[in-house]
Design a protein around this ligand. Structure first.
Ligand SMILES: [Fe+2]
Ligand SMILES: [Fe+2]
Length: 282
C-alpha cells in the first residue's frame, strides 16, 4: 500500500451530510439487517466512560449465541494475547473496549448470514476473506490487526446480502453485474446499501465512505485498502456469490498493484489465515 495516501473524503465536511442523505434514501428502499438488540446496547455502554467490563459481560451474556461468538472471536488471531481469555469478562478486559466494539460488530455481521442459505454462505466467505486480506494489508503497513479495514471488509458487500434476502430472483439477474444494473433494479447499489448499514450500526464515517466507494477507484486510503482486499479474496477463490446465484464464473476485479513477491507472500498469508480463522466466526 502506498504511503502517499490522499486525504480521505471522510475528512471533508460534507461527508457526514452525504452519508445522512444516503441513509434516508436507502432506508426508504431496503430492509436492512438490524443490530441484535443486546449488541446495540453493549456498543452504547462500551462508549461510556463509566463502563465496567463486569457490566458489559453481564449484558452481552443475556444473548447466549452473541456471547459465545464474541468470546470465540476474541480468542482469534486478530486479538491474540499470550493467554487466551477463559471468560467473557476476561476477554473484555484483555482486548479492551475499543476492540470489543469491533468484535460486537463482527459477531453481529456474522449472524446476518444464515448457514442454510448457499448464496448467503458464499457471501459470508467472500466477506471474511476480504476482511482478512484487509487485515494483512494493514499489518504489512505496520498497523494493528482487527482495525477499520477488517470491519469494512466484513461489511463491504453486505448490500448484496440485503438484495438476495429481499428479492432472490432479482438478485440473481444482477449478481456479478455492475452497480448500474443494481441501481436499475433496486434503485441503489450494493455499495450504497452497505455504507448505509455501516452508518446505521454506528461505525465511523470513514468506514461507511470506504464501503460506498469500494468499486469507484476512489483514492482514499481505506477505499484503496478495501478494493485491494476485495481483489485478493477473488484471487484466492472466495469471490462473492455471483457464481453460486447465476452458475456463471465471476470476473476478478481490476487492481492497481504489482503481482510481485511481496504480493504473493501476502496472498499466501491471507489463504492460511482464512483456513485458521473461519472457525472463529462460526
Ligand atoms: Fe462490492
Ligand atoms: Fe466484494
Amino acid at each position: 500500500m502506498s504511503d502517499a495516501m490522499v486525504e480521505s473524503e471522510a475528512t471533508e465536511p460534507h461527508a457526514r451530510d452525504r452519508m445522512r442523505a444516503l441513509v434516508r434514501r436507502v432506508a426508504d428502499t431496503c430492509d436492512l439487517p438490524t443490530l441484535p438488540a443486546v449488541a446495540a446496547r453493549a456498543l452504547t455502554l462500551a462508549r461510556s466512560p463509566d463502563a465496567k467490563a463486569n457490566d458489559l459481560a453481564k449484558l452481552v451474556l443475556t444473548d447466549g449465541p452473541l456471547a459465545a461468538r464474541v468470546l470465540k472471536i476474541s480468542r482469534s488471531v486478530l486479538y491474540t494475547r499470550r493467554y487466551p481469555p477463559n471468560s467473557l469478562q476476561d476477554a473484555i478486559v484483555t482486548v479492551g473496549f475499543g476492540a470489543l466494539r469491533k468484535i460486537l460488530i463482527a459477531a453481529s455481521a456474522r449472524s446476518a448470514y444464515r448457514a442454510d442459505d448457499a448464496v448467503a454462505q458464499k457471501l459470508w466467505e467472500h466477506a471474511l476473506a476480504t476482511a482478512l486480506a484487509a487485515d494483512e494489508i494493514a499489518v504489512a503497513s505496520g498497523r494493528p490487526r482487527g482495525g477499520d479495514g477488517f470491519i469494512a471488509g466484513l461489511l463491504h458487500d453486505i448490500g448484496k446480502l440485503v438484495f438476495h434476502l429481499s428479492d432472490p430472483d432479482g438478485y440473481r439477474t444482477v449478481a456479478g453485474k455492475d452497480e448500474a444494473a443494481e441501481e436499475a433494479l433496486f434503485g441503489v447499489s450494493h455499495a450504497a446499501v452497505g455504507a448505509c448499514l455501516a452508518e446505521q450500526w454506528g461505525l465511523d464515517t470513514e468506514i461507511s465512505e470506504a464501503i460506498l466507494l469500494h468499486h469507484s477507484g476512489d483514492s482514499a486510503a481505506l477505499a484503496v485498502q478495501l478494493a485491494t482486499a476485495d481483489r485478493i479474496a477473488h484471487e484466492i477463490g472466495y469471490a462473492s456469490a455471483a457464481e453460486c446465484a447465476t452458475g456463471e464464473a465471476e470476473e476478478v476485479p481490476d487492481g492497481d498493484f504489482d503481482v510481485d513477491a511481496s504480493h504473493v507472500a501476502l496472498v499466501e498469508r491471507v489463504m492460511s489465515s482464512f483456513e485458521s480463522e473461519r472457525s472463529s466466526f462460526e
